[in-house]
Design a protein around this ligand. Sequence first.
Ligand code: ADP
Ligand code: MG
Length: 236
Amino acid sequence: MGKVIGIMSFKGGVGKTTSTINLACALYRYGKSVLVVDGNFLSPNLHLYLGLLKPEKTLKEVIREDIAPENAIYEHASGIHLLPCNFYKDIDFEKFSKVIKSLKGKYDYIVLDSGPSYTEEVIAVLIVSDELVFIATPDYPSVASTVKATKLANYKSVMVRGVIVNRRRKRRFEVKPTEIGKTLGVDVVAEIPEDNNILKSVTQFSPVVWKRPRSKSSRQFISLAKKIISSNLKGL
Ligand code: ADP
Ligand code: MG
């Protein structure tokens, strides 16, 4: 059975989608079959990061029209698979859970992107996840939003892998990763620098881990993937 990793923060623009695709590519580098799913139902854009501009079938049709998920799954040149979404209000959570659970038999890992606010949509992602990875940038508003996400995870008893501190410039005014980990009560599992390669990778539809695996950012995602795989092997 595959594992579902939910990528979460209750704030936009902090790097959830970036982390989703790059963690997926990093897991794939270890020989795992990986599917990324757009769980940002109200403003889905994961497909745009992977060069799929207008997907004909998406998660929305899978749920609403009962089409087989395979018909809405696309393969990216990097090797990862993608289940995109179309703007979808009032999603049927039960069916969403069923679709994700049915795909666990087909992939080693499903990495689930999520929306930017504390809504029912995000709770649906949280509930279907086997583990969560939080994303925060090193500033108080972002950390404060992530605190809310950790509280919700504790309340729902979902396993938390830790937090990725993203867009680090190592400036004195930034909140230090150790402080972020302490405030959230979770491990800091990666520190991703502010990196123009990441911005470039968006226009090139090429996650950095795929195209520049030796870059500093990529090495962080790859080491997180290794950590996840080895702890899963130990049954954690
Ligand atoms: P979210 O999904 O949380 O809204 P995104 O992953 O879409 O955030 O990232 C928002 C923007 O920030 C994107 O343009 C992305 O390329 C950019 N970005 C994310 N992480 C970094 C980084 N480490 N360095 C530079 N740009 C980044
Ligand atoms: Mg996003």
